[in-house]
Ligand binder design. Structure first.
Ligand code: PLP
Length: 460
């Protein structure tokens, strides 16, 4: 039963009502209280389902239809949905103080120690926060405080989060423009291009260069081999800190525990989040070399320069500890490597047969599938929507959840939980093949897709 607060504008809802499916019209609530245009956008591409249950690689909607999740929370669900081990770990700490600033938290301390044990080289000191963007904020501040320099370099097409600092070093104008002015002293270089980095480092002293070892939202872009090592060398030469953002690539996603291990480099600062929380708790971590941390925060006066109320709370830290244990105990890094090779091989075979597939790329289970767009009057629309249309068909005809990458909408991302089965991978490839057989190009996809979408094309 709804209950009344003292000065309510309308009756308050209870959690029980929502759980029993008596929450009223979800879309209406979203339209009125969250974001009406998100409702419209999801409706346009047929993504307006109501999911009510999730376990492992699968989710179910309110009609009982089953779906396989190949999106994996953009890298947050390496262990799948609601992994029992993580939920159990959270239960085990439920009677402990979750947030108690006036004391040291033993679980956060142990998680930090474990992170120091598994991250490359001299990475050692961890600051805990609650999201990927916050892990990046922590890294920016640490780099500036440690070096006393202001200038930051970031890559074209990069994505580091949408808080003001992280957005300042995110390479997509669409997200940046309405919020200008962002941070000063930030400069863009071309991802994967050594010359561009060399030139940018040649001028005024640079505090840090931040990059994703494989760009996620940029469209699953793998840099040329040797790029990370060369970037490491150039940063060393100029006293610039190298920040590697593994928020999306971390914890086995790319077939190594961390993607920077593909080139055996040690960042000065590493950003982690997403799957660190086991797909259940929000947690971010900024991990720095001890020497870097000391320069930024190494005194009584400086040790509280950067803080977070919920950072390292008991439940999130317990989830983090259990998540690491699961990655090791289930051998998920090797699974990601093997399954990724199998998946990419099968997709490359599809690409040979169906010209609508422009490119297949990625490492481990971080895979991008790029589609050919059209020229002429359909150029802009096809660039914005081809990925969404394929994702819409996968969802509505085959019960497969995917999405396009934020900075590059003609790429769909395949980032399933690392526990995905070979049968599920085969089912995805077969569904993609059926779609490619049916649709030779964007226009055919649009005709086969949503009627509302066609209406939109006609209206322009
Ligand atoms: N960094 C990278 C590489 C990401 O992919 C993302 C999110 O997709 C972020 C940072 C931001 O993470 P969050 O959405 O948790 O703030």
């Amino acid at each position: 039963m709804a209950f009344y607060a003292k000065e309510e504008k309308f009756p308050l809802m209870t959690l029980e009502e929502v759980l029993e499916g008596e929450e009223g019209d979800i879309e209406e609530n979203y339209k009125e209280f969250v974001n009406p245009y998100l409702v419209k956008m999801l409706g346009l591409i047929g993504f307006n389902k109501s999911f009510v249950r999730a376990e492992g690689t699968k989710v179910w909607d309110n009609t009982g239809t089953q779906y396989v999740d190949f999106l994996g929370g953009y890298g947050a669900l390496n262990l799948g949905h609601n992994p029992r081990a993580i939920l159990e770990a959270i239960k085990k700490v439920m009677d402990r103080p979750n947030i108690l600033q006036a004391a040291l938290n033993p679980i956060a301390a142990a998680l930090a120690k474990n992170i120091a044990a598994i991250t490359p080289g001299e990475l050692r000191m961890t600051f805990f926060s609650n999201s990927g963007a916050e892990a990046v904020e922590g890294a920016i501040k640490t780099a500036r405080a440690a070096t006393g320099r202001k200038k930051l370099l970031y890559c074209e097409g990069s994505f580091h989060g949408k808080t003001l600092g992280a957005l300042s070093i995110t390479g997509r104008e669409k997200y940046r423009t309405p919020f200008q002015p962002l941070l000063e002293d930030v400069f863009q270089v071309s991802f994967g291009d050594m010359e561009s980095l060399k030139n940018a480092l040649a001028g005024e002293a640079v505090a840090a260069f931040i990059l994703e070892p494989i760009q996620g939202e940029g469209g699953i872009i793998v840099p040329p081999e040797g790029y990370l090592q060369q970037a490491r060398t150039l940063c060393d030469r100029s006293g610039t800190l190298l920040i590697v953002d593994e928020v999306q690539t971390g914890f086995g996603r790319t077939g190594k525990l961390f993607a920077c291990e593909h080139e055996n480099i040690v960042p000065d600062i590493l950003c982690l989040a997403k799957s660190l929380g086991g797909g259940v708790m929000p947690i971010g971590a900024t991990v720095a070399k001890e020497s870097v941390w000391n320069r930024a925060y190494g005194s009584m006066e400086k040790c509280l320069l950067h803080t977070s109320t919920f950072g390292g709370n008991s439940m999130a830290a317990a989830a983090g500890m259990a998540a690491l244990q699961e990655v090791y105990e289930q051998g998920l890094v090797e699974q990601s490597n093997q399954k990724g090779k199998y998946f990419i091989d099968r997709l490359k075979n599809l690409q040979k047969e169906y010209p609508i597939i422009k490119d297949v790329r990625g490492k481990g289970l971080m895979i991008g599938l790029e589609f050919h767009t059209m020229g002429g009057v359909f150029k802009k629309l096809s660039e914005e929507y081809v990925g969404a249309l394929v994702a819409g068909e996968l969802l509505n005809r085959y019960g497969l959840i995917t999405a396009y990458t934020l900075n590059n909408p003609n790429v769909i991302r395949l980032e399933p939980p690392l526990i995905i089965t070979y049968e599920e991978i085969d089912y995805m490839v077969d569904a993609l093949e059926a779609i490619c057989k049916r649709h030779k190009n964007f226009f055919s996809l649009a005709l086969g897709g949503s009627k509302k979408m066609i209406g939109r094309f006609i209206r322009g």
